[in-house]
Write a protein that binds this ligand. Sequence first.
Ligand code: SF4
Length: 151
Amino acid sequence: MSILQKIKNTVRSRSIHVAYVDVGSCNGCDIEVLACLAPRYDIEQYGIYVHNNPREADVLLVIGSMTPQWVDKLQDIWEKIPEPKVAIAVGNCPISGCVFNRWHSYIEPPVAKYIPIAAQVPGCPPRPTEILNAILALAPTLFNDYEEKKK
Ligand code: SF4
């Protein structure tokens, strides 16, 4: 492995940038993501930074049951994220539609139909620790040696 690749691996493991998008939720999962930022869970101690700029993101958290109005916008956001990138479905909504998935409801889950989802964090809502674990488990496997794997 080259020195440059080692430096990239080290920097990436301590600087994971996360954007999140809500494609139609009850806001329960948003609150759990925001709880990750609070002192109790303190997501930044793991080198994870949450913001909403897809052009700087490595990880996209997708929350909500996928309303049709969000399909194009979600795909646009996904296209704007530079490689290497990964998407995680947070909560039951992006996986199955959860409580919104009823006869004549105006949603189109799962989110995995529209963008590649690398991991799912089920729950209604999932706990902040589960969201944190998913990011920490997934990001290193994707980003480590990324350039070497691409060759
Ligand atoms: S999974 Fe549950 S808490 Fe999360 S957005 Fe859906 S209904 Fe709300």
